[in-house]
Design a protein around this ligand. Structure first.
Ligand code: AKB
Length: 318
């Protein structure tokens, strides 16, 4: 069967790279990127879409004969705390639009991104297991754990093939994250290259689970490609990449940029980070669909510096 894919939130940190990857796998003519705002660079089919607009979503599904939806649109943890009710509203209503359209319009597969934000202060901090307390302490995290349970509900009640991973903080060079608690781990590279210094909003010893973009995208594609009967988790799979603190990341960056200096001025995001695990046990992902991360702290930092340095040099020449 020829797959036709629709992505919501295609301009976001993950959406941008996922769209490119899906276009490489399925062909330019089979992937429709959607977002509230037009993309900066146009490389394929695009439609403006408010993901909470059921009618508009259904029109696109019909028009393009969509068979799979990757629902990436969401308000993240830090931004979400500025308006918790709106965060719940947008994250949930957009997912319901997708689930209901998928259920009633013959969509074959849905991808729903969850997050380590589903874990709260009662979950064990290290090697946090698949099945533990999910007492999320942010509006974003609450919407993600609710979304996971709705994914399971639609799977069990209607047989809808919804798949999901709990992403750690994603580190990418292609685009900037927006509104997350883990965003520092991307911003630090841009500041290190532009100003040789960074003022970090988390304490130096705050260890969080992170994943490099190549691993995050590969995990998504591998999960979506796995045989349905191998998948035991229909809420969302724990996913691990690496774990580090701002201090450890800064030390690794210094190996490439010796003049780099870091300061720490913790703000409200510290409280969010303190609720989250430091490391994740992704045993089910490894067993069910063969997940294995490739990037550790050292090779992630090399990759980021190698990708961003030439851009920085170009910017200073302009
Ligand atoms: C955030 O920090 O909100 C996200 C996430 C971990 O889901 N990057």
């Amino acid at each position: 069967m020829k797959e036709k894919i629709l992505i919501t939130g295609a301009n976001g940190q993950l959406g941008t790279v996922l769209t490119d990857s899906l276009r490489q796998v399925f062909g330019l003519e089979n992937v429709v990127a959607t977002d509230l705002h037009p993309p900066t660079a146009q490389t394929g089919m695009y439609a403006t879409l408010d993901a909470t607009d059921t009618k508009a979503l259904r029109t696109l599904i019909k028009k393009f004969g969509i068979t799979q939806i990757y629902h990436m649109a969401a308000i993240l943890s830090a931004k979400g705390e500025q308006d918790p009710v709106r965060t719940w509203d947008l994250n949930m209503s957009s997912f319901f639009c997708v689930l209901e359209a998928a259920r009633t319009m013959g969509i074959q597969k849905v991808f729903f991104p969850s997050s380590i934000a589903v874990f709260g202060k009662n979950a064990p901090k290290t090697n946090t297991s698949q099945f533990t307390y999910c007492d999320a302490g942010t509006a974003y995290g609450i919407s993600k754990i609710a979304g996971e349970n709705w994914a399971l509900y639609y799977y069990e009640k209607y047989g809808l093939d919804v798949r999901s991973v709990r992403y750690p903080g994603v580190i990418s060079h292609q685009s900037l994250p927006g509104g997350g608690t883990t965003d520092y781990a991307v911003a630090i590279f841009h500041h290190a290259l532009q100003k040789q210094s960074y003022d970090c909003y988390l304490k130096k010893d705050t260890i969080l689970p992170m994943i490099y973009i190549d691993d995050a995208i590969r995990a998504t594609l591998e999960l979506m490609d796995a045989p349905a009967n191998q998948l035991r988790i229909r809420t969302s799979y724990n996913l691990a990449g690496m774990s580090f603190s701002p201090e450890a990341l800064a030390a690794e960056i210094k190996n490439h940029l010796p003049d780099f200096q870091i300061n720490y001025t913790p703000d409200s995001r510290q409280k969010i980070a303190d609720q989250w695990p430091q490391s994740i046990d992704d045993q089910y992902a490894r067993e069910d669909w063969g997940w294995k991360s490739k990037f550790d702290l050292a090779n992630m930092v090399s990759a980021m510096v190698n990708h961003l340095k030439p851009l920085q040099q170009l910017n200073t020449q302009l």
